[in-house]
Design a protein around this ligand. Structure first.
Ligand code: FUL
Length: 443
């Protein structure tokens, strides 16, 4: 049975998902014990004495993040090793019992509010240190108490990022997470926060390499939010090969063909997460392996410009600041974003829309030579466009500038060099009902 249009168009984002979607590009900060042991996954047996940054400067982190034109940051408040970066009452395994002795979540929250950045929390459910892990309700009580501290003591939190990795704890047991209980704590304390990855609001794109699908749909089968499956696909070992891997078996998860016969659908938009370095944590030997500007531009165009958000990890140096190669790259990236997308060449142009909304024509006073096309749909009306072409007029004929599939929150298409025209046209070839375009811009 084919799915009805009415049903497809009834699936729209929640207010919290709409707010999150506007952020588009934000930072991940993996910082903690692993910086002092040069590991990716701690064992949980590390002594808090090891944690001793001498120059921790969350203002510097936020300066770098803001210069990259990112709008938020998510901190690993606790990674799999169980070491907590905040002043928690529920364990001694924290910064407060280390030579550093200060609350890093509080410091970062302050730095964020000075710069207008939003703060998110990564709290690893997998805990290799705590003896309660693997003991059912006792650990869930602990995890909820940690969430409660983090969501009530540090102002507004925009995201709780729940990792799928689930291994054994210190007693060799695995925990069966009580996800619904965790979600209830978040909804209760921070109703505007999105629950990402192992949560129902933001979907993991399915790899850590920085790729997303050619057509990234936000309306997908509800089964995509199944935590067991997400955990199964996510990293099972501390392994670089995994971080480079891009599974190709799930390229189409949202076309009408793929949704055939599936009634249970949700709005579950994608996030692309990757690191600026090979590892999630800082390793001095990777100072020469910071991603190039061209790589980051390409990931940005694919993700932000492909109806997904871009979560870029930048791991600080053990001493507590973002190292020079990463800081430089972030600034270059921010400069490129700003210079590429600040002047819309269609500002003040005259637009006309065909009766069925499938053709949008635009005329500019003088010929324009854009580098990028930007389209956006009004997603409060669902995600509708399935295929489009952009044409321009040259010598009294229409030429194709570019073609694309889905739009959703945002589609950016790089345009071929050398086009110059004052007449442009968007043709929508395939759409779920009438198009609801919000932005048609050329930069
Ligand atoms: C994975 C973790 O195992 C990695 O260490 C990292 O935190 C990444 C974002 O998620 O599941």
């Amino acid at each position: 049975m084919s799915i009805t249009l009415q049903h497809l168009l009834s699936i729209v984002p929640s207010p919290r998902q709409r707010k999150w979607q506007e952020l588009e590009f934000y930072a991940f900060i993996h910082y903690g014990m692993n910086q002092f042991t040069n590991r990716e996954w701690g064992t949980g047996r590390e002594e808090p004495q090891l944690f001793n940054p001498q120059a921790l400067d969350t203002d510097q982190w936020c300066d770098c993040i803001a210069k990259a034109r990112m709008r938020a940051v998510i901190l690993t408040a606790k990674h799999h090793d169980g070491f907590c970066l905040w002043d928690t009452k529920h364990t001694d395994h924290s910064v407060m019992h280390s030579p550093y002795g200060r609350d890093i979540v509080a410091q970062l929250a302050q730095s964020c509010s000075k710069r207008g950045l939003k703060l998110g929390i990564y709290l690893s459910p997998w805990d290799r240190h705590d003896a309660r892990y693997g003991h059912g309700k006792a650990y869930d009580d602990y995890f909820c108490a940690q969430l409660t501290e983090l969501l009530s003591g540090y102002g507004e939190i925009f995201c709780v990022w729940l990792d799928g990795a689930c291994g054994e704890g210190p007693n060799g047991q695995k925990q069966r997470y009580d996800w619904e209980r965790y979600y209830a704590v978040v909804r209760n304390l921070q109703p505007d926060a999105v629950l990402s990855v192992c949560g129902p609001d933001v979907r993991w794109c399915g790899n850590e390499a920085g790729r997303c699908r050619k057509s990234e749909w936000s309306v997908v089968p509800k089964s995509m939010a199944d935590n067991e499956k997400i955990a199964g696909l996510s990293q099972q070992e501390d392994n670089e090969a995994f971080r480079q891997r891009v599974p190709s078996d799930s390229d189409d998860i949202g076309s009408r063909e793929a949704l055939r016969g599936i009634d249970d659908l949700i709005w579950y938009p994608a996030e692309v997460n990757t690191s600026i370095r090979p590892g999630w944590f800082y390793h001095v030997e990777e100072d020469q392996k910071v991603r190039t500007l061209a790589e980051l531009q390409s990931i940005y165009l694919q993700s932000v410009g492909g109806n997904a958000a871009f979560l870029l990890n930048v791991p600080p140096h053990p001493q507590g600041y973002i190292a020079a190669p990463d800081a430089k790259r972030l600034e270059e990236l921010g400069t490129w974003i700003h210079s590429s997308f600040s002047l819309n060449l269609l500002e003040g142009a005259s637009f006309s829309v065909s009766d069925d909304s499938y053709v949008v024509s635009v005329k500019t006073k003088r010929p324009v030579s854009p580098q990028y096309l930007v389209l956006q749909e009004d997603i409060t009306q669902g995600q509708r466009i399935e295929a489009f072409t952009i044409l321009y007029e040259q010598d009294e004929a229409w030429q194709i500038a570019c073609q694309g599939t889905v739009v959703g929150h945002k589609r950016i298409c790089p345009l071929p060099d050398g086009i110059s025209s004052c007449q442009w046209k968007l043709e929508i070839h395939s759409c779920r009902g009438e198009a609801r375009l919000k932005t048609f811009a050329l930069y």
